[in-house]
Design a protein around this ligand. Structure first.
Ligand code: ADP
Ligand code: MN
Ligand code: MN
Ligand code: MN
Length: 344
């Protein structure tokens, strides 16, 4: 028997942006615990905007489990929040509303900024670095700063140790901005991994005195200079079994019509402050327009380069979700819109 440190992770009730919360309980197991071995737990919802003080208990139901190589016998336990009856999902539980579909796959590209003392990492005190250009996929101290790469490397290893399907990383267009990509099969799987990967990154940065800025447009152009800085997205690549196996132009056009019809429902869950980012500039489409195109990074939805040649088959990239969006809400909305289109 060994004592395991179970880190229960959940989303709080803050709006418009839920934050990650976590706490540890120690339990004895004969080997690394499986999901079914992990007990339901609870927390004080009155401290997380999820309950009133008089009836403060909220319940934590484990939904995914990952080894935590940063701690001896460490376990990361992603949870859904339930009401005290253990039957009703809490209103803040965005995962519970995702339709179950093992054959829908998602790949999320998470962009983010490292922030230190109120500015992006590598910005000179009280000022701005040189304009965008050399930072994207850049190398060298003047382009990526001092500790960013060290943190990114550690993040890769902790995620891989956890079994998270992290597919890659890159330095992004703005200074202090980076990206990682995560892929998962199943309508909830990639989003579970994304929340845990965000947790690992935010926790890792604590000892560097650095925070992750998830908001999509943290640097606005100052009035006295023409520089403008990219925002952060969470491009959401998706495919259903039908889109991968059959596809076809006729089906694709019906699917895009459904996305167009539901533009408001999609934008509503694609992250706060998205009007600051979806301006039609910096490889985005305007927030109030819907468009699609082959290899078009100025479109709402981009078809990857071989999509048409493959008979309108494969995956699609919805470029609108932003870096702060809840991947559970994004996945749920995309699955619902896909399911609204008949495949016959
Ligand atoms: P780019 O930056 O050019 O948009 P990336 O390589 O950063 O492209 O991201 C592509 C994403 O597409 C990855 O997250 C990958 O997992 C995802 N992806 C690839 N194939 C599929 C698929 N069949 N279904 C869903 N997502 C996919
Ligand atoms: Mn990318
Ligand atoms: Mn990117
Ligand atoms: Mn992309």
């Amino acid at each position: 028997m060994a004592k395991y440190k179970l880190e229960y992770i959940w989303l709080d009730g803050y709006k418009p942006l839920a934050s990650l919360r976590s706490k540890t309980q120690i339990k004895e197991f004969s080997s690394f615990p499986k999901l079914a071995d992990l007990p339901i737990w609870g927390f004080d919802g009155s401290s997380t905007q999820q309950a009133e003080g008089k009836t403060s208990d909220c319940k934590l139901h484990p939904v995914a489990v990952y080894p935590d190589s940063t701690r001896k016998n460490g376990v990361l336990v992603m949870c859904e929040v339930y009401m005290p009856d253990d039957k009703t999902p809490h209103p803040s539980n965005s995962r519970a509303s995702i339709p179950d579909d093992p054959d829908t796959w998602f790949g999320f590209e998470q962009e983010y900024f490292f922030f230190k003392d109120g500015s992006p990492l590598g910005f000179p005190k009280g000022g701005y670095p040189g304009p965008q250009g050399p930072y994207y996929t850049g190398v060298g101290y003047k382009n990526v700063g001092c500790v960013a790469r060290e943190i990114v490397e550690k993040h890769i290893d902790i995620c891989l140790d956890a079994g998270i399907n992290l597919e890659g990383i890159n330095a992004e267009v703005a200074k202090g901005q980076w990206e990682f990509q995560i892929f998962g099969k199943g309508s909830k799987n990639a989003a579970d991994q994304m929340w845990v990967a965000r947790y690992i990154l935010a926790r890792l940065c604590e000892s560097y005195g650095i925070d992750i800025e998830w908001r999509c447009k943290p640097i606005l152009a100052p009035f006295d200079q023409p520089l403008d800085w990219n925002g952060s997205g969470m491009h959401s690549n998706f495919s259903t079994k039908f889109l991968r196996d059959k596809g076809g132009k006729e089906y694709f056009e019906k699917l895009m019509a459904a996305f167009k019809k539901n533009i408001d429902e999609h934008i509503a869950v694609y992250g706060p402050e998205n009007h600051l980012r979806l301006t039609g500039l910096h490889e985005t489409q305007s927030i109030d327009k819907f468009s699609y195109g082959l290899s078009d990074r100025g479109a709402s939805i981009r078809m990857p380069v071989n999509f048409i040649a493959n008979g309108y088959r494969g995956y699609l990239e919805d470029r609108r979700p932003n870096s702060a969006a809840d991947p559970y809400l994004v996945a749920g909305r995309i699955v619902k819109t896909c399911q609204s289109v008949p495949t016959k």
